[in-house]
Design a protein around this ligand. Structure first.
Ligand code: SF4
Length: 306
């Protein structure tokens, strides 16, 4: 019977090669792919996806994950990315699945020293220890530079066939991918919005204004131009797609401001105290971004989402 292991995949090159290395050793890989509004949001409503001919489970990260982003124990990277806490959270879920599936170990696409914040040896140790998973997390791409794990010691996995990669170069991974005709992987960092400087600033402003905000609010600030006025959030669409998205994201109590008879962007106000003064401010903003209304006297339509 094949040994079962839980693999964390991001869809990037590293996790793809790590999975390949495990498959080549006859490991039965149960794959988990994590999704949140900050990364892989295109798969957020799916339960499984295809990955290298395998069916990977999609794990949606909810408000519990947002709480981790708000208060990370190990701080942030260069943006608003709490990578150590984030990885610990994902691995704690993987641990649960490992126990449910009676799997022998977990593997990841981590590469030692690839990222200065979360991929250092001491952080690998810390994560493994905190989760009580010492010896049970195999990092096939850098295994030869790390302590042997239990599956290596037991001979379930042949350490000699694992790699000893350190640093940012992806030369070896690309070579392996091309030798095995692997393609379709995403770019480094998997498009995590939390590493993006502009989005990080939006999240910071959101949490400064509304410490109690939820993922719905974080989803809203991914789109449009953002303004804050007296603790109210005002979002103005920049194009048709964003206008459509803003309409879809409306929730009860949101106020929408439009200009009557003139094509204008969608303007959403969200807040606990949307006074006339706030609406006046939003009217000024929408006028700024409606060139066809310049110099004209306009009427506004105001509606509230029920
Ligand atoms: S880059 Fe984003 S998804 Fe990846 S570990 Fe950091 S916070 Fe988590």
């Amino acid at each position: 019977m094949k040994t079962k292991a839980i693999g964390l995949i991001s869809g990037g090159l590293d996790s793809m090669v790590a999975t390949l290395l495990m498959m080549k050793q006859g490991i039965d890989a149960v794959l988990l792919k994590f999704a949140s509004p900050f990364f892989h949001s295109d798969i957020i409503n799916k339960q499984t996806i295809e990955f290298m001919g395998l069916s990977a489970r999609v794990v949606n990260m909810g408000n519990e994950y947002f709480d981790i982003i708000k208060h990370p124990q190990y701080g942030y990277g260069s943006g608003f990315n709490p990578c150590i806490d984030c990885k610990m959270h994902m691995l704690s879920i993987a641990k649960r699945v490992m126990e449910q599936e009676d799997a022998a170990f977990i593997f990841t696409g981590d590469v030692l020293n690839q990222r200065p914040f979360s991929q250092r040896k001491n952080f690998f140790h810390l994560i493994d220890k905190r989760l009580e998973l010492e010896g049970r997390i195999l990092r096939p791409l850098s295994a030869k530079l790390l302590e042997p794990t239990i599956p290596e010691i037991k001979g379930i996995v042949n350490r000699e066939e694992l790699l000893g990669i350190s640093g940012r170069s992806r030369e070896q991974q690309l070579k392996i991918a091309s030798e095995h005709n692997l393609s379709g992987y995403s770019q480094p960092s998997g498009g995590c919005l939390l590493t993006d400087k502009i989005f990080s600033k939006r999240i910071k402003d959101l949490l400064n204004n509304w410490p109690e905000s939820t993922l719905d609010d974080a989803e809203l600030i991914k789109h449009g131009r953002i303004f804050w006025y007296k603790k109210n959030l005002i979002v103005i669409g920049r194009n048709q797609n964003e206008n459509r998205m803003l309409e879809l994201l409306l929730k009860s109590g949101d106020v929408v401001v439009e200009i009557n008879d003139i094509p204008c962007p969608v303007c959403v106000i969200r807040g606990k105290d949307i006074t006339d003064e706030v609406i006046q401010y939003a009217k000024g903003k929408i006028l700024e971004y409606t060139p066809k209304a310049k110099g004209k006297s306009v009427d506004y339509l105001i509606r509230m989402k029920e």
